[in-house]
Design a protein around this ligand. Structure first.
Ligand SMILES: *Cc1c(COP(=O)(O)O)cnc(C)c1O
Length: 440
């Protein structure tokens, strides 16, 4: 028995995996990862794979970066954990300063305060509660959220409520908050008019429900989990204007798009607008440890301060036990420092261009419906041929040394931001051959 086979048997006996149909699991011959370095993963049998999806969209500098490893070890020698509830610590303060310095800037009010959470979903959850409580403390309660069709904001119930991904969210509909879904500017089913359709839908929804809406929440520029549905920046500028007009907050969920992934530090920079609340997660620590955050504008933060002669507490009664864990903060600080020193955001922009060029012949194949890309967020949508086409293409790529994970029939290509030229070539060659094998 191979090492993989015996680990898979032990796995199947004890583990329940996320987003996984366990009736298929062992038959699907899952990869059991033993170690990683740079853009490479090795399984327990010593086979090497290129990490083509950055370990679920998190890895920025590659695995085992000496600078990040050393920063975590140094922090561990000083302070493992101390609470952020009623106390503070140095890495938490330094990371807040760093995130604020890096935050998107523009004509809108700056983002000036950082509230920490653990995963992307918990950052979204905090942002939703902040937005609702903000409405109660600045005017009147506004219980509705405006969200996009096909949106994905995480798996906790608040985050599911503002999602619009039927496969992931349908089962929980009776449990969810009140939201108003609008057409997505990235929805190919709407055809060439999708931008104007989405803008006019947003306008009419705000006209009808505006004074009940506490926030409009979007994944800026590209809906990731929907299959990399990129869209025009004009939609975000219109959303910014409408949020101001109707007194709602604008939330950009940059959990996937933030930290250089789109070839800018933030996707917001493509549109030149600044939201009132911005969530980040995934790439913040470079993929080393779980940490997420909500960046807030000063006017939002101020609405939570007590006023003289006002007895209402105004406090944001929300937080997690491991909020701003010092090891996670140290990993994030090291990741952001190295990204700055090595100009990784500009490199990500160039890597995206290079992958886009390499994928041109793939996009021209009959078996490929569309290749969508913003920076290094890439979706290669293949024409379904029956059963689990995207999955089978990823398995065929794995046979060629590249590990990919699909979203339905869209094969996601989202490598570490520092991927080298030869590795980018290997990635696209393996995908190209895998598509031919499955659909050729
Ligand atoms: C992944 C993702 C989330 C959820 O993050 P988790 O860390 O998985 O909870 C939220 N929003 C967006 C846009 C994401 O891509």
């Amino acid at each position: 028995m191979s090492a993989s086979a015996s680990w898979i048997a032990r796995d199947a006996a004890a583990v329940w995996h996320p987003f996984t149909q366990h009736a298929d699991w062992t038959g699907d011959d899952p990869t059991v990862v033993a170690r990683a370095e740079g853009p490479w993963l090795w399984d327990v049998d010593g086979r090497r794979y290129l990490d083509g999806v950055s370990s679920l969209w998190t890895t920025t500098l590659g695995h085992g970066h000496p600078g990040v490893n050393a920063a975590i070890a140094d922090q561990l020698a000083k302070l493992d954990h101390a609470t952020f509830l009623g106390a503070s610590h140095t890495p938490g303060i330094e990371l807040s300063e760093t995130l604020i310095a890096l935050a998107p800037k523009g004509d809108d009010p700056d983002l000036t305060k950082v509230f920490y959470a653990g995963d992307g979903s918990s950052a979204v959850e905090a942002a939703l509660k902040i937005a609702y409580q903000y409405s109660t403390q600045t005017g009147h309660p506004r219980p509705k959220f405006v969200r996009l069709n096909h949106a994905y904001h995480g798996d906790t119930l608040g985050a599911v409520a503002v999602g619009g991904h039927d496969l992931f969210h349908q089962a929980y509909k009776p449990l969810l908050l009140e939201t108003v879904g609008i057409e997505s500017p990235g929805d190919r089913a709407l055809g060439a008019d999708r931008l104007t359709t989405a803008i006019s839908h947003l306008r009419s929804v705000m006209h009808e429900h505006g004074d009940q809406v506490c926030a409009i929440i979007v994944e800026p520029m590209i809906q990731g989990a929907a299959g990399m549905l990129d869209y025009d920046a004009a939609f975000l500028r219109e959303a910014r204007t409408l949020a101001y007009t109707y007194g709602a907050l604008l939330i950009f969920d940059e959990v996937a798009t933030g930290i250089g992934r789109t070839g800018r530090m933030w996707a917001a920079e493509h549109a030149g607008v600044v939201p009132d609340l911005l969530t980040c997660g995934k790439g913040v620590t470079g993929g080393y440890l779980p940490l997420s955050a909500v960046l807030a504008a000063e006017h939002v933060y101020e609405a939570f301060l007590t006023r003289p002669g006002d007895s209402s507490p105004r406090t944001f009664f929300h937080g997690h036990t491991y909020t701003a864990n010092p090891l996670c903060c140290a990993a994030a600080l090291a990741n952001l420092r190295v990204m700055g020193e090595q100009d990784v955001v500009a490199r990500a922009d160039r890597l995206g261009e290079r992958l886009g060029k390499l994928l041109e012949p793939v996009a021209a194949k009959d078996a490929v419906t569309e290749v969508r890309r913003l920076g290094t967020m890439i979706g290669v949508e293949v024409a379904p041929d029956g059963h689990r086409t995207g999955f089978r293409v990823c398995r065929a790529a794995r046979d060629r040394g590249v590990w990919l994970r699909p979203l339905g029939d869209t094969v996601v290509v989202m490598p570490p931001l520092t991927l080298g030229d030869d590795e980018a070539d290997l990635l696209v060659e393996a995908l190209d051959a895998a598509i031919d094998e499955v659909l050729g």
